[in-house]
Design a binder for this molecule. Structure first.
Ligand code: OFO
Length: 180
């Protein structure tokens, strides 16, 4: 008797997604390297950090397939896209990749719902939340970059003020009465 607790269709879809997560990692790796070569060290650190996350996602799916009695297949990873021409393009492309990835995750959740495969449905929810977080995070980085890169001096100042507010105390200190 087989111990497999996912359908063949779900196994194939999860395998495809596992390879896609590896591809996502390649995109971050490639763009991170591009940023490093162009001396954008902060962006490179951010992108390299995210590469690790995508690899963890890949491994999470591999473990899930195997744990549910399926068999993960390690397949060829598509080459990363050509290097971006600017930081703005780099960040926009990254966001686009994440939005497309979210749509792929939705396919897993949709199939799980259709098959009443509640284990995979629950597993997929983790990725749904993760994608919301990632899209938000990258959207925020793009907003900050747009302010900082703006030709408008007022916008540049806004970027500085916003940075400052991150560490602003929540209450004001007032002069104390001198002790005698
Ligand atoms: Fe970008 O997140 Fe994986 O799934």
């Amino acid at each position: 008797m087989s111990n497999k607790r996912i359908s063949d269709k779900m196994e194939a879809l999860l395998n495809t997604q596992m390879t896609r997560e590896a591809y996502q990692a390649q995109v971050y790796l490639s763009y991170g390297s591009w940023a490093e070569v162009h001396n954008f060290d902060g962006i490179a650190t951010f992108l390299y950090g995210h590469m690790q996350e995508e690899r963890e996602h890949m491994f999470k799916i591999l473990k899930y397939i195997n744990d549910r009695g399926g068999s993960a297949k390690i397949e060829a990873i598509e080459a990363a896209p050509v290097h971006p021409k600017s930081v703005g393009e780099c960040l926009q492309n990254i966001l686009q990749h994440e939005i497309e990835n979210s749509a792929e995750i939705d396919k897993i959740v949709n199939l799980a719902l259709e098959e009443k495969d509640w284990a995979t449905f629950s597993f997929g929810q983790w990725f749904v939340k993760e994608q919301i977080e990632e899209e938000t995070l990258i959207g925020d980085v793009i907003a900050k970059y747009s302010l900082a890169a703006s030709q408008n001096a007022e916008h540049k100042n806004l970027y500085e003020v916003d940075k400052d507010l991150k560490t602003n105390p929540q209450s004001a200190t007032i002069p104390r009465e001198e002790k005698v």
